[in-house]
Design a protein around this ligand. Structure first.
Ligand code: MN
Length: 205
């Protein structure tokens, strides 16, 4: 089932989260200072998706607390972008993060592609559509196609994490992945400060 909410998650939903939640965002584009956060999607991995449409950001108390809560694991695909947008627009830094894209890049080193579409297809045998990627997420009334697309981006992250963790452990990269997840907060602050190409580790001037 897909549930649609406005400006925040219901308190009951947040209260019932036991240990992990999958999260994704939709925005007006890829530039944080230009393109606003339109939607945040949440799933407990139980086949349901909760979509939160933002018309303003000051009332998202339940989401802000959830993001800041260190006990709940937040599973993203390309967490770097979502965490940045959530931090920029809600002012809450996401703690306790897992990123399926990083996990894939550190475990499936034989693979050329690490998009959510690729992971769902190869690991789970599920075909998700990416047709609505370039759509107006800022519109007042989301279409059924938009809602379904937005939901799909969070419905499979728990299953992917489970499968990727097996390979990370097998290849001895679990701790390395964990350290990369932990670094995301710093990376996001650098991205907002100086852009994603700003690389303090590179040798070049
Ligand atoms: Mn998405």
């Amino acid at each position: 089932m897909i549930f649609l909410h406005t400006n925040d998650l219901p308190a009951e939903f947040v209260r019932d989260i036991t240990n992990s939640v999958a999260i994704d965002t939709e925005t007006m584009g890829l530039m944080p200072h230009r393109d606003r956060l339109c939607l945040a999607q949440f799933s407990l991995g139980d086949g349901d998706a909760h979509l939160v449409q933002f018309f303003e950001y000051s009332n998202a108390v339940n989401i802000k607390n959830l993001l800041a809560d260190t006990k709940t694991l937040k599973i993203f695909h390309y967490a770097r972008f979502d965490i940045m947008m959530l931090y920029k627009y809600l002012g809450s830094m996401t703690k306790n993060v897992y990123c399926t894209k990083i996990a894939s890049k550190l475990s499936r080193t034989y693979a050329q592609h690490h998009s959510l579409l690729d992971l769902c297809k190869e690991i789970l045998g599920v075909e998700i559509s990416k047709e609505q990627t370039c759509t107006d997420w800022g519109c007042k009334q989301l279409t059924e196609e938009q809602k379904e697309y937005a939901a799909n981006d969070v419905l499979y992250l728990h299953q992917l994490k489970e499968r990727l963790d097996v390979v990370l452990r097998r290849e001895g990269r679990f701790e390395l992945a964990q350290n990369c997840f932990n670094f995301l907060e710093t990376r996001v602050k650098l991205d907002l400060m100086a852009g994603e190409t700003y690389d303090i580790f590179s040798h070049g001037s």
